[in-house]
Design a protein around this ligand. Structure first.
Ligand code: F0G
Length: 439
């Protein structure tokens, strides 16, 4: 597959400032053996920025799978492999930037652009990270991979494991993921275990099992998942001809994605590809907002939420693993963290739908958050904002139908108002009656 390109020395480094212990890139580590901190991949110097921009652009004309991938096209920015024959690609990435005037107006902006990760092969941004995580699994000779998931990670891992000939083991919170996502895992042949516990509890369980059974973990504390998700920012910048937006807005759950965006943007700046950083705004659902609470307090440790709740089940997480990285990245970018209600998410989602775009509930938290942040004067009307829609509209069609027909209920039984509801109309098989209705 494709030709190997120049590889800068890669290693794993502890993210904890007080430790920074270094390990070989081929060690299986999710946390630092010395201090327990999160791990990240680090590399030597890369090429000149103008050379890189030219390479990235020219690869779009190539038909090799590696260059057609909207992730591996940017591989000089995450050169952790020494042999690209380990790559499993479903041509992930290549997701569009879409202008959305109706959503811009709703959000209090003159212009708003969506980077729509729902255009990925399994319908979410997880594919950007999974192609890298699975490549590392293949390189290490792993036979079995596992994850706990609110649905999208499992759909993605199941697909990439199947494509790469690995056995996939999936752990899901029973009853709390969308049917569409669960169905994907089944279709891609993953062994699927529904556990009577929430995401945070199952993650603790899976860590124990992975260690005991020698299974490779592909949750977002896997540093190679983060490396792949950086490409969302490289592709966005490439599509903007390397003009930096003022803000990048994204939903926050386990906080892997914001960690990846922050790292990617910093590294793009270090490489001279851009000369400043966009501000990162993370939006959480009100009932699952431990990172928002930490941000409000300004310092200290994250206090996990024991029973997180939200209809945006993708971000129903009370104890986000990557919070230290996320905190560093949001601070370093001069960004912010906001929380939004169930009603705000549902209405924002319908407005995104009216742009002809559509997304899943967690993704719509971005527009709900933007609306709040412009009202508070944090984001200005004239600023350039890119909101990342993390998942496809069809991931959770049950939610959509319930909203538009006035049947959607928030956790605790509070009814969501169908502010922008669009009910289907039942009509008799009678042209006169239908014509009367449509006149
Ligand atoms: N949006 C969607 C659609 C997601 O599926 C997720 C996470 C997020 C946002 C939040 O991203 O965790 O990096 O902060 N879904 C994970 C999963 C947890 O298991 O699929 P994050």
């Amino acid at each position: 597959m494709g030709s190997a390109t120049q590889t800068a020395a890669a290693e794993l480094v502890c993210f904890n400032d007080g430790c920074r212990a270094r390990y070989a890139i081929t060690e299986v580590l999710y946390n630092c053996p010395k201090c327990g901190g999160l791990m990240e991949a680090a590399y030597g110097a890369t090429q000149q920025p103008e050379t890189l921009k030219k390479i990235f652009r020219e690869r779009r004309l190539n038909n090799t799978p590696l260059d057609q991938s909207g992730v591996w096209r940017y591989r000089e920015m995450f050169p952790f492999l020494d042999d690209y024959s380990n790559v499993v690609t479903l041509r992930e990435g290549n997701t569009p930037l879409l202008d959305a005037p109706i959503a811009a107006k709703y959000g209090g902006l003159l212009n708003l652009t969506f980077k729509h990760q729902g255009f990925n092969p399994t319908g979410s941004f997880k594919d950007n990270g999974m192609t890298c995580g699975v490549a590392q699994a293949v390189r290490l000779g792993m036979k079995r991979v596992a994850c706990v998931s609110t649905g999208n990670t499992s759909a993605s891992m199941a697909a990439y494991a199947a494509a790469g000939g690995l056995e996939a083991l999936i752990f899901l919170p029973h009853g709390n993921i969308s049917f569409g996502k669960l169905s994907q895992a089944l279709e891609y042949g993953a062994k699927t275990l529904q556990v009577e516990a929430n995401f945070d509890q199952i993650l603790a369980l899976v860590r124990v099992l992975a260690e005991r059974l020698g299974i490779y973990l592909l949750n977002s504390m896997n540093p190679f998942r983060i490396e792949g998700q950086k490409s969302i920012m490289f592709e966005m910048l490439d599509q903007l001809d390397w003009r930096v937006p003022d803000w990048v807005v994204l939903p926050g759950g386990n906080l892997g994605n914001v960690s990846a965006f922050g790292k990617g943007l910093r590294e793009a700046k270090d490489a001279g590809l851009i000369d400043r950083l966009p501000k990162l705004a993370v939006i959480q659902a009100e009932g699952s907002a431990p990172f928002y609470e930490l941000w409000q307090r300004g310092s200290g440790e994250l206090c996990p939420i024991k029973d997180p709740e939200t209809l945006a089940t993708a971000i129903r997480i009370g104890d986000p693993v990557s919070w230290p990285k996320a905190q560093h990245e949001v601070r370093n970018s001069g960004g912010t963290v906001e929380k939004v209600t169930e009603q705000e998410i549902a209405d924002a989602k319908a407005q995104i739908g009216l742009c002809g775009i559509g997304c899943e509930p967690a993704s719509a938290a971005t527009l709900a958050g933007i609306r709040k942040l412009t009202a508070r004067g944090v984001i200005h009307r004239v600023e350039n904002v890119v909101a990342v829609l993390t998942g496809n509209v069809l991931k959770d069609s049950d939610y959509i139908y319930r909203y538009h027909t006035g049947q959607l209920e928030a956790p605790g039984g509070v009814k969501i108002q169908p502010t922008f509801g669009n009910k289907p109309i039942v009509v008799p098989n009678d042209p006169d009656k239908i014509a009367e209705l449509l006149n």
